[in-house]
Design a protein around this ligand. Sequence first.
Ligand SMILES: [Zn+2]
Length: 453
Amino acid sequence: MLTVYNTLSRKKELFQPIDPNHVKFYVCGPTVYDTAHIGNARPVVVFDVLFRLLSHLYPKVTYVRNITDVDDKIMVAAKERGIDIQTLTTDTTKMYQDDMASLYALSPSIQPKATEHIGEMQAIIQTLIEKGHAYAAENHVLFSVKSDPHYGHLSNLSQDDIVAGARVEVAPYKKDPSDFVLWKPSTPDQPGWYSPWGRGRPGWHIECSAMAKKYLGETFDIHGGGIDLVFPHHENEIAQSSCCHQKPLANYWMHNGHLGINGQKMSKSLGNFFTVRQKLSDIPGEVIRLVLLSTHYRQPLDWTDSAVTQSKNILDRFYTALKDFDDPVEGRPSDALLEGLKDDLNTPLAFSYLHELTNAINKATTLDNKKKHQRLLKENALFLGFLNQSSKDWFQTRQEGSLTPDAIESLLQERQVARQTKDFKKADEIRQTLENQGILLDDTPQGSTWRYR
Ligand SMILES: [Zn+2]
């Protein structure tokens, strides 16, 4: 029994797939003109958890996340950098996929590119014109918002809000200010494709309608994305698809909340803008992933240094509990973990179960009992995309600029000799040197172990 909050009905609903043997979902992907910022990563990890959960609950899941590789922002960025569009979009796509993999997000089943589906987009546009939902004017094709009586249902906006909120560009070819572009003309130096309406390129919204139809069918189960996409993007996707097919586009619409930085909106002008890549240079991917999932996905998330420290400490605690556990284990959720996730992806509740397991490990009085809980912790954490490394690797992963493991080992040996010869002053000096470099020692009867702070 999986329940999800459906933006369409504005309530939590029991999830009932169209085909229980094959669940289909779509999430809007990146426009590949710039490196992904931390806000771009939130939907990726949120819907990665959904993908993992659905794949456990159903025999087959198809997850489509598109790549927008034709867009005005791409044309501007390529010009600014003096490179061709193809190079920019190929490189940016590769970086995006690498960055998301560093956050332990699984690859979607299909990642279609907009530029490879122009024919499918033109076919939908043609049908919309034939059915009276779209019109061609001055080499543009526009969707007639007034022709769709359901327009505004997802975002719950009135016609006045829609006109005001569309940030309407005044254009003589529009019959109504709220009408939006399906196709627009390209100048000879801009990317363009031949069409019945002249050489041009698609508007942004139409690609998702076309690629969702191709890979998931006219109606599929779940459509996801960030809350900022509800209007106009998702409203327009629904209008295009449902007017073309006379069917709903998706049965459930799931949206993750905003991500802010220290209580402010992230923006380049405020100087609080940073990319996933920049953060990955000094924060492990698992820590970033935990920060992004520690708040329920529908709530606003505030990225702060203390949230990062807190997540690092939580993972240190989990990894410490697995210090003497090296059994090969695969991700597998316990009922207690599923209970949280099946309640509209309640990840905070899921993490509280991982804490319970850690408490049980720390309190265990028999080795069997300890091992049992260590196994459960590792299986459940792996299912959520955490504890992907061994405890040793986690604590000994070298930070930029710090001593190498070899250098540390040789200092430890020196210190060991100093201790054996009762030169405690030297032993303490070496400990201090290591500590100053962010390396912590733990002296045990079996010898000294170390870890990066
Ligand atoms: Zn989309």
